[in-house]
Design a binder for this molecule. Structure first.
Ligand code: SAM
Length: 214
């Protein structure tokens, strides 16, 4: 199974974290690709150019590729040294991608998702800028996940802590965190908001919780 890597940043991240999974690198022009890579990602410039063929590229950066979807890595569901982000039934592929991007940046151990959204859908990969390749990203059933459960919810406790091996459960856009997670929760962490604001976006809330811990 493969996924399109649309644009320079997605290709760059995939080449940096999992070069063996990147195929079919296409660039609109070698000189333009070399200039872009040298200025934004000198570490992958040679890799990019060595793999590239020149052809039609739709993306405005003039770079695209194809990524193999890695084998499912479920080890992170039971053992980890950094929090696992668990998105409970996310609806928006863009939100899910943005969560993967910040989870990778903040050093989370992985991103798991319940519900029907395919975490490797092309639109999710577009939203993560290819950072799917920096950490395990997988669909799960709630029963597969173990460890301290920290639910992220605006009605929780602003002083709750996030242990290093926690499962940080982030709710869906419309209905928040499901009751099965609230029943299993060891803590419910709230991010304080000004009066009148009802919630943060999923990726913003995930970012605040992960960076608060760091
Ligand atoms: C857009 S919000 C969901 C809003 C939803 N209407 C609800 O009832 O919770 C998506 C998720 O982001 C997290 N979140 C958003 N704002 C938060 C806050 N201030 N404190 C803690 N978690 C928050 C929660 O996990 C929430 O379920």
């Amino acid at each position: 199974m493969t996924v399109p890597l649309e644009g320079f940043h997605a290709v760059k991240h995939a080449l940096r974290f999992a070069p063996e999974l990147v195929t079919g690198v296409r660039v609109r022009g070698l000189d333009a690709a070399r200039t872009l890579a040298r200025s934004l990602a000198p570490d992958v410039t040679e890799l990019l150019l060595a793999a590239a063929t020149v052809g039609e590229v739709a993306h405005h950066t003039g770079v695209e590729a194809t990524g193999e979807i890695p084998p499912r890595d479920s080890s992170v569901l039971t053992y980890r040294q950094e929090p696992l982000v668990l998105l409970d039934r996310p609806r928006s592929p863009g939100n899910a991608g943005a969560v993967i991007r910040v989870a990778a940046a903040a050093g989370a151990s992985g991103v798991a998702m319940t519900g029907p959204l395919d975490p490797w859908h092309a639109t999710v990969v577009r939203g993560s800028a290819g950072l799917h390749y920096a950490l395990p990203v997988l669909s799960v059933l709630a029963a597969e996940v173990s460890g301290p459960i920290v639910v992220l919810d605006a009605a929780g406790d602003t002083a709750a802590s996030l242990p290093p091996d926690a499962v940080l459960v982030v709710g869906s856009e419309r209905s928040g965190v499901g009751p099965e997670w609230c029943e299993r929760a060891d803590a419910v962490l709230a991010l304080p908001m000004r009066a009148g604001v009802s919630s943060l976006n999923l990726a913003t809330a995930t970012a605040a919780a992960l960076y608060r811990r760091r």
